[in-house]
Design a protein around this ligand. Sequence first.
Ligand code: NAP
Length: 253
Amino acid sequence: MDLSAFSLEGKTVMVTGANTGIGQGIALSIGRAGGRVIGVGRSSMEDTAEKMKEAGATFVPISADLGSAGAAQAMFDDVWAAHGPIDGLVNNAGIIKRVDAVDFTEADWDSVMDINLKTMFFLCQSLGRKTMAEGRQAQIVNIASMLSFQGGIRVASYTASKSGVLGITRLLANEWSAKGVNVNAIAPGYIETNNTEALRADTDRSSAILGRIPAGRWGVPSDIGDAAVFLLSRAANYMHGAVIPVDGGWLAR
Ligand code: NAP
């Protein structure tokens, strides 16, 4: 087997929300596979920068709030101009609001949709435009969810956004597959991060969730990071519009 097909040597990958959780795990996996990571986020990237250094990986931290799609696109163009072409994009930054549907506010709806779906799409557009204009190749990995397939409970805007992430991944694959841009998604199962802190603190929900995960454990960020390396690498050249569940078997149940 040609293991170099899985190497990210020589590639620059932008990862949003790289300061913590799944985004940090993805950054570390990319770094270990030889890629340079541009980590974008609104909070300090110091922890990730330190871990990347320990791994001997190259990391460029960029401070940006991704709540506005227009500002995210301006940031993308600035980064391209300052740090050179971007070969990969992982749209990981995202938020969740847990509120009963009857009490859901417009703000709970908009804030989640803005970052999880709108900014995700417009960052894809930024990379697609530059890549195709310059005749380059690029890989996009969007972070979906079990709620791209299921309804969930008390997370209306999150379910809508993550169902949308899967739809947009497929749409972009249809438009860009023959133009040098691979667009795919990863659907993480239940992963130990800030996002699931409230769920894990609720003993009833937590044991109900664990009880139906065939692998018998919650996932960790590196589980997602290593799958992202595959989708960003040459090994996934013929993958377009696919979604890989990394869920300990949750969807198989
Ligand atoms: P997390 O620890 O809460 O991380 C979310 C990341 O998104 C953080 O880096 C956060 O930055 C960033 N972010 C949120 N709003 C932002 C904004 N306006 N501007 C810039 N950055 C922003 O959660 P996670 O579990 O790692 O989530 C990562 C992705 O995986 C999300 O898309 C989430 O929906 C998805 N996911 C998670 C799970 C799970 O079980 N954990 C399952 C399926 C999908 P701050 O630290 O500054 O808030």
